[in-house]
Design a protein around this ligand. Structure first.
Ligand SMILES: Nc1ncnc2c1ncn2[C@@H]1O[C@H](COP(=O)(O)OP(=O)(O)OP(=O)(O)O)[C@@H](O)[C@H]1O
Ligand SMILES: O=C(O)[C@H](O)[C@@H](O)[C@H](O)[C@H](O)CO
Length: 182
């Protein structure tokens, strides 16, 4: 009898997972991504740190990024995942990855990437952003983030979890979603 075929590239190679924690500004990508990475024992990176300075200046000035601003940045995110894949270290990256086309481009670089979408109401997101201090992203950009978001589709490898819990609870949901899928 032939051996059952593996269900994912990660399973085929027994490599630690490549995960993008995605969602709009204020959804908790950095918070949950750090907690998830620590819990599953893989490195963490924040795509906020991979933006060209011009992108940070633009967002700080209250102007949403457009596709032309995002493509070079997404290429950097893809490179980080490719490197982690080649080194078999695993990686969790916090990255908004708002559009399907952005996620397709990342999957072209690192096909086994699992997308964990953080989902919350606009009211909850606004409250969390409003309470945050010392971040370049102005609260006024939340509306454009929500308008740009193309939620994860059923045919994309990933999971969506609610952020309507304390940080430890959301991290627990994230760990559970990864454990089931990867
Ligand atoms: N589950 C939670 N409960 C309460 N507060 C939270 C939770 N998750 C994150 N926060 C807080 O909400 C704010 C936004 O979280 P965080 O910075 O992680 O989001 P983000 O998606 O990385 O945002 P951005 O994309 O703008 O960088 C922070 O002040 C964070 O401490
Ligand atoms: O795609 C985008 O518009 C940007 O990546 C933003 O999402 C910011 O990086 C982030 O949300 C602010 O920290």
């Amino acid at each position: 009898m032939p051996a059952p075929s593996p269900s994912s590239p990660a399973e085929a190679s027994h490599r630690p997972p490549l995960v993008i924690v995605m969602g709009v500004s204020g959804s908790g990508k950095s918070t949950v991504g750090e907690g998830l990475a620590a819990a599953i024992g893989v490195p963490f990176a924040d795509a906020d740190d991979l933006h060209p300075a011009a992108n940070v200046a633009k967002m700080s000035a209250g102007v949403p990024l457009d596709d032309a601003d995002r493509w070079p940045w997404l290429a950097r995110v893809g490179e980080e995942l490719e490197r982690a894949d080649a080194a078999a270290t695993g990686l969790v990256i916090a990255c908004s990855a708002l559009k399907r086309s952005y996620r397709d481009a990342i999957r072209a670089e690192a096909p086994s990437t699992f997308f964990l979408q953080l989902d919350g109401s606009p009211e909850l997101l606004a409250a969390r952003i409003g309470a945050r201090a010392g971040h370049f992203m102005p609260p006024a950009l939340l509306a454009s983030q929500l308008a740009t978001l193309e939620p994860l589709a059923d045919d994309e490898a990933g999971a969506t979890i609610s952020i309507d819990d304390d940080p430890a609870g959301v991290v627990r949901s994230a760990v559970a979603a990864i454990a089931v899928a990867v």
